[in-house]
Write a new protein. Structure first.
Length: 120
């Protein structure tokens, strides 16, 4: 193995390792990850892996991993944002259904109370 290939392999390993460490640190920094953040992380890791493989084929695995990671991050964030929007919409619909069910129960109780009252 020549010197350039060894350095390129070490750099790509370093880039992937830093990405994993950054993902772990970001995940532990706050509360649970949102769907958008999960999508961005998965996209970045997948893009870096694919970019590293493609970059290795042209003998620039570190650059390929960096470019693939950046593109994967953007694409993953877009997909995650769409999924999070759908989750928010489903949550709002569930909340509205729950409110409607509670209102129906209240109205049924009122009707039952009116039926039990004696007529004057």
């Amino acid at each position: 193995m020549n010197y350039k290939a060894l350095i390129s392999k070490r750099i790509s390993g370093l880039v992937v390792g830093m990405g994993l460490v950054a993902t772990l640190v970001a995940g532990c920094a706050g509360g649970s990850l949102t769907t958008r953040e999960k999508g961005a992380g998965i996209g970045a890791l997948g893009g870096a892996a694919a970019g590293g493989i493609i970059g290795a084929a042209v003998r620039h695995s570190a650059a390929g991993a960096a470019i693939g990671g950046a593109l994967g991050l953007g694409a993953g964030a877009l997909v995650g944002d769409q999924l999070q929007g759908r989750e928010n919409q489903a949550y709002d619909q569930d909340r509205q259904i729950n409110q409607n069910q509670q209102e129906l129960q209240r109205q049924r109780r009122d009707i039952d109370d009116l039926r039990r009252r004696p007529e004057y």
